[in-house]
Design a protein around this ligand. Structure first.
Ligand code: AMP
Length: 355
């Protein structure tokens, strides 16, 4: 690998050319390609090995062409080719997971969004610093097991899909936890989960104004998580553990939800402060992001995580959601991303949304 290109040098591959909206064939790619087509863009699908066949079943969401590499780790090697195709990468959760945050951050291809956000999201400590300094309430973090005074969830660093998370209903139950790696102990928040799909545009001067742009809410979902979501049918937690059944939170799907309308003002406030703080900390998060949290019975929203790109829960809303319908009919998050790139192209403002 040579010296990474500057953001301006990467952007020069788009000068005077129609961009090709490009993403990895997974996660929310159907929606991203479908939305890009609706806005008149060419599309490229990136795949390791042979392109997945399932696109043949979805002609309106099939990319125009595929670029393949032998394995995910080889993606950096197609950077020159992708720039020659005027590709703009639309990142999604699987991208960063498959390529690794460092390789993705250093990739010499124009990427939609501010790539500086990746390090703030990937590191649990940094993301807590960001969210708490923006005034968001997060589940309490315990430095020592001896401080625990209620139910807790113990998370291993970097645990994917909540695998190996340990639930303890009190301090005593924590004695059964025998760590196998670095972990954090967090208050287990009792309440209802909401995953809120926001979109921040720096290009708009109307709507719900935040920073120099505006904030939109495009949808909301709740994740289906195996095996925790249905575990209660088998009985009390201790009995399950005695039977050797440990709860896991592996995401298997998504269901649509709406929030009590009276809670929307607070949700917008929290999201707006998080965007404003991101502008101060690293020049701003751009485009779709998801606030993931739990609404307690006191109607307090405790944020346990932020995803700073399109989340798979948006796949529910290809033809719009109970929120995006009030912005524009038939507006998916994938289509909203394409619109934003189109607007930036038309107004010469690509550098504000692409890095
Ligand atoms: P995470 O890996 O942090 O996204 O957490 C995975 C899942 O664990 C979430 O989708 C929630 O169902 C659950 N979870 C995470 N943190 C908490 C918490 N502090 N209290 C209750 N449930 C949580």
């Amino acid at each position: 690998m040579g010296i990474p290109l500057s953001s301006n040098a990467r952007l020069s591959s788009l000068e005077g050319r129609a961009p090709a909206i490009t993403t990895l064939c997974s996660h929310s790619s159907l929606q991203i390609f479908h939305g890009a087509r609706k806005e008149g863009f060419r599309t490229i699908g990136l795949a390791a090995g042979t392109p997945p066949r399932f696109y043949d079943a979805f002609p309106l969401a099939r990319p125009d062409r595929f670029v393949t590499v032998p394995k995910m780790a080889d993606l950096p090697s197609v950077a020159d080719h992708l720039r020659s195709e005027a590709a703009v990468i639309v990142p999604h959760g699987s991208f960063v997971e498959y390529m690794g945050a460092d390789a993705f951050s250093a990739w010499d291809v124009p990427v939609y969004g501010n790539r500086k956000v990746i390090s703030w999201e990937a590191d649990r400590k940094k993301s807590r610093e960001w969210l708490e300094s923006a005034g968001a309430t997060m589940p309490r973090r315990y430095d020592h097991a001896s401080e625990v005074d209620g139910p807790v969830i113990v998370k291993y660093y970097g645990a994917k899909g909540g695998k190996g998370f340990f639930l303890a209903k009190n301090r005593e139950a924590l004695d059964d936890f025998h760590p196998t790696g670095p972990y954090v102990i967090q208050e287990y928040v009792l309440g209802t989960r909401y995953y809120m799909h926001f979109f921040y545009t720096p290009l708009s001067d109307r709507g719900y104004r935040v920073g120099h742009g505006s904030l939109e809410l495009l949808g909301m979902d709740r994740r289906d998580e195996a095996n925790i979501d249905e575990l209660y049918k088998l009985g009390a937690h201790e009995e399950l553990v005695r039977a050797g059944i440990r709860p896991t939170f592996v995401v298997t799907g998504n269901v649509p939800v709406v929030l009590r309308e009276s809670l929307l003002p607070r949700a917008f406030e929290v999201a707006a402060h998080i965007v404003e703080r991101s502008i101060e900390l690293f020049g701003g998060m751009v485009g779709p992001f998801c606030l993931e949290g739990i609404m307690t019975e006191e109607l307090e929203f405790k944020v346990f995580e932020i995803s700073t790109r399109i989340v798979a829960g948006t796949n529910l809303f290809i033809s719009g959601s109970p929120y995006s319908d009030f912005v524009e009919p038939n507006l998916s998050t994938g289509r909203r991303i394409a619109q934003e790139i189109r607007r930036a192209l038309d107004t010469g403002r690509l550098a504000e949304i692409i890095s």
